[in-house]
Design a protein around this ligand. Structure first.
Ligand code: AOF
Ligand code: ZN
Length: 339
């Protein structure tokens, strides 16, 4: 029986992923409905922010009583609140389903759908492929539970983890293919964040699209007003005037909270070792995209991708979990989650 649940839950994930890039700040959700004979009679997914939830999409396609006594699969607990749409649990109850199978509970505090379903006499199974479901909606979970954007930090290093020589020379460590991929990746994030050091050293333009923004961390307002980064798109500059300080530096968590208030769900950090190290130390990085070029600087005065304090023990390392590796031109891209 469990295998059947997993089979239909995987189908929900596949449907849910069709909403990728279109549903934030809402979750990606897919739904599959079986009739009482175990036949799939409807499918649906959340297509776009503000539109019908997956369950509603699937159930509204059905004729009266078509799903009576059947099973509804959905990767997130059905909602019980009035948001942009009425509660999905009411529709599930109206359609007289016998059982609802979910992967994970909804971390949204407004939602307590399971209780309402149980009260209506509907059997509930939860936790089917829960880890996969949490991974799928990791951005939504981070946003709603911590009121902070999901942070992905990008770094491009030699095989010995260096991003530049001691003189600051860094052009180029990774290949054209990798750099082109980074430009393409930027579009997937609401905000591209960098430091005053990077703006001063590299003068990048970091072109963004209409809906996106850039953020420059410039405590002492050292960047030039005519720096390329300010010439296009919306830019939020965090300075000591608008951001609290922590140990004499801009408090990174406050910056992230402010960005979230401005509607930012995802942040792509592209900066040098100093800021990258600070983000890491504060445990504010959710994921790292590391491009590694097949080059070795072989010089311990070279700049590291993550600056930090002296650590005595390997047990003090930050631990990550790799979830994707890819060869990009001559380089290797490693995507990992910070544990
Ligand atoms: C979705 N799509 O398929 C499901 C959601 O503001 P609303 O009314 O769209 O409600 C959004 C909340 O509904 C969302 O945060 C999540 O807790 C719940 N479930 N949301 O956008 C869906 N099932
Ligand atoms: Zn709903």
């Amino acid at each position: 029986m469990h295998n059947i649940d997993e089979k239909y839950m995987k189908m929900c994930f596949t449907l849910a992923k069709k909403g990728k890039g279109k549903v934030l700040p809402n979750p990606m959700v897919g739904c599959v409905v079986l009739n009482k004979d175990g036949k799939v009679v409807s499918k649906g997914y959340h297509k776009k922010y503000g539109e019908n939830h997956a369950e509603r999409e699937a159930l509204l396609k059905l004729k009266n009583n078509e799903a009576e006594g059947g099973i509804l699969y959905v990767n997130l607990e059905p909602c019980s609140h009035y948001g942009k749409t009425p509660p999905c649990v009411d529709l599930i109850i109206e359609h007289k389903l016998k059982k609802v199978v979910i992967a994970m509970r909804d971390p949204n505090p407004k939602v307590d759908g399971l209780m309402k379903l149980k009260q209506a006499g509907i059997e509930v199974v939860e936790g089917v492929l829960e880890d996969e479901a949490r991974f799928l909606n990791r951005i939504f979970i981070k946003n709603i539970t911590q009121k902070q954007p999901y942070v992905v930090l990008k770094t491009a290093t030699t095989m010995d983890g260096k991003i530049a020589t001691h003189t600051g020379d860094s052009k180029w460590i990774t290949s054209d293919d990798s750099r082109k991929l980074v430009y393409a990746m930027r579009k997937e994030f609401d905000c591209i964040l960098t430091s005053s050091n990077t703006v001063i050293a590299d003068n990048p333009s970091m072109i963004v699209e209409k809906v996106q923004m850039k953020c420059v961390l410039d405590k002492d307002m050292r960047t030039a007003v005519d720096a390329k980064i300010y010439q296009q798109g919306k830019v939020y500059v965090a300075t000591k005037k608008n951001t609290p300080l922590k140990d004499g530096q801009l408090d990174l968590k406050s910056v992230l909270k402010e960005l979230y208030k401005q509607g930012i769900c995802t942040v792509f950090v592209e900066c040098g070792g100093k800021l990258a190290g600070a983000f890491l130390k504060e445990n504010l990085v959710d994921e790292i995209y590391q491009f590694i070029a097949p080059k070795i600087l072989n010089d311990n005065t070279g700049k590291s991708c993550f600056d930090g304090d002296c650590q005595e023990k390997i047990s003090q390392t930050k631990n990550l979990q790799i979830y994707e590796t890819k060869i990009i031109g001559k380089d290797l891209l490693i995507k990992s989650i910070c544990l």
